[in-house]
Ligand binder design. Structure first.
Ligand SMILES: Cc1cc2nc3c(=O)[nH]c(=O)nc-3n(C[C@H](O)[C@H](O)[C@H](O)COP(=O)(O)OP(=O)(O)OC[C@H]3O[C@@H](n4cnc5c(N)ncnc54)[C@H](O)[C@@H]3O)c2cc1C
Length: 394
């Protein structure tokens, strides 16, 4: 049955093409439960956390109780949700703050995923159920101080010594590092790049926090130092050799980011819509100016295209058809979209836009990290360029 004109005019300004209505009942339930968590537990505290440069660890049990840690993994106490649900989780969390979504992305896609995909049965049993319950926190060490865009040029190395491995090197910009109980660290070996699980407290391993960040202030970022750290053979991930190990983790996480940033953009636009309707200048509401409406419409256009891109990507992922270059296109497009939207919202708030009373400046500052990590915009553009031409320009 076709809808009446009246129904069709009552569109959700944050979902003009009705993505929500095309979700299954289960997917809608996941979105609603995470949205409630964000409204009740994240939004009331997040601005203060950002100002105080502090990650709200008290949220970890709440995130775990909802099954949001390792949510798309099967077994081992994980929820086994589909890819679209994972995307919606990221979107709702990042509507709260990119730092909270980053915590969940790293725990789920960058630490639990490699253990699930490449770990031994013993490693899976030992770590995954406790990570799903939020009792163990993980981090992912790939980027090194001399340049993250070229991970093949990795200096951190691991050498066999009898039944053990000796890891030496340094990693930089590692989310969750200082609070992590374990780290999946990638190191060069004589066979190629391999992943190792290094537990907190192992001799020679340190994870000091990087301070004075102007972005992702409600998230922990650390350096990792490995000074001839000895780990037993059973801490090596046996299931993968080569760069495809870490890159396949990044594909999972980048997929989630493509959804997450939509939430940040929606949060900015929602606040701006209210503001432009109530702020009076030149004797009329700001929203009555054509120039303002055009800018609002431009934001809605960008958010809508990002939503449709991520939804289709999620459906492809659920069918096992998603490719890394599609993920690159989505991560690039959606991060750029969200950063542009946040910056423009900040501008349209005038002086108020630089105040902590409004969300755009916090999202804008966060998105400067999100557009950089897990492959900068340029790296994803070059990935899409390689797909189009068949020529690597890296
Ligand atoms: C808050 C935060 C959290 C992070 N969390 C993690 C984490 O948990 N784990 C992890 O391993 N890493 C993490 N990272 C690291 C992140 O992935 C890297 O910062 C990113 O990959 C870029 O690497 P880089 O900072 O060394 O920049 P570089 O690689 O030095 O790049 C510098 C500039 O050069 C450009 N560039 C590079 N190559 C080319 C080229 N061929 N052509 C043209 N331009 C080029 C880049 O686009 C960029 O603009 C995090 C970063 C941040 C900021």
């Amino acid at each position: 049955m076709t809808k009446s004109h009246a129904d069709l005019t009552a569109l959700d300004p944050l979902d003009l093409f009705g993505v929500r209505r095309s979700l299954s009942e289960d997917e809608q339930m996941v979105q609603d439960s995470v949205a409630r968590l964000v409204d009740d537990k994240v939004l009331p505290i997040i601005q203060k956390c950002f100002e105080e440069h502090c990650f709200p660890k008290s949220l970890i049990p709440e995130l775990a109780a909802l099954g949001l840690l390792g949510s798309s993994l099967e077994g081992y106490g994980c929820a086994g949700l589909n890819a679209v649900s994972y995307g919606l989780i990221c979107q709702e969390l990042e509507r709260g703050d990119s730092g909270i979504r980053s915590f969940v992305s790293v725990q789920s896609s960058l630490c639990m995923y490699p253990i699930h995909a490449f770990g031994s049965e013993e490693q899976k049993q030992k770590y995954l159920p406790r990570m799903a319950r939020g009792e163990l926190i993980g981090c992912f060490g790939l980027t090194e101080p001399h340049g993250g865009s070229d991970p093949a040029n990795m200096k951190t190395h691991a050498k066999r010594r009898g039944a053990d491995w000796v890891i030496h090197g340094a990693k930089m910009w590692i989310t969750n590092g200082a609070i992590a109980d374990l780290c999946v660290v990638w190191a060069q070996t004589e066979d190629g790049i391999r992943g190792f699980i290094v537990e907190k407290g192992t001799k020679g391993f340190a994870a000091p926090e990087i301070e004075r960040k102007f972005s992702l202030r409600a998230s922990i970022t650390s350096s990792l130092f490995f000074d001839n750290v000895v780990v037993p053979q059973e801490n090596m991930l046996p299931g993968v050799v080569g760069l495809k190990g870490p890159l396949s983790c990044l594909t999972q996480a980048r997929y989630g980011i493509s959804w997450g940033v939509i939430g940040a953009a929606q949060a900015c636009l929602a606040q701006l819509l209210d503001y432009t309707k109530t702020r009076e200048l030149f004797g009329r509401p700001l929203a009555k100016n054509q120039a303002i409406q055009i800018r609002l419409a431009e934001m809605a256009r960008q958010i809508t295209t990002a939503q449709l891109l991520s939804l289709q990507l999620g459906r492809l992922k659920d069918r096992g058809e998603m490719t890394p270059s599609q993920v690159s296109l989505a991560k690039w497009n959606n991060c750029r979209m969200a950063l542009d939207v946040a910056r423009d919202c900040r501008d349209m708030l005038g002086g108020a836009g630089i105040s902590a009373e409004y969300v755009p400046i916090r999202h804008m500052l966060n998105l400067e990290s999100v557009i950089t990590y897990e492959g900068t915009e340029t790296i994803h553009q070059l990935t899409v360029g390689r797909e189009l031409t068949g020529i690597s320009a890296f």
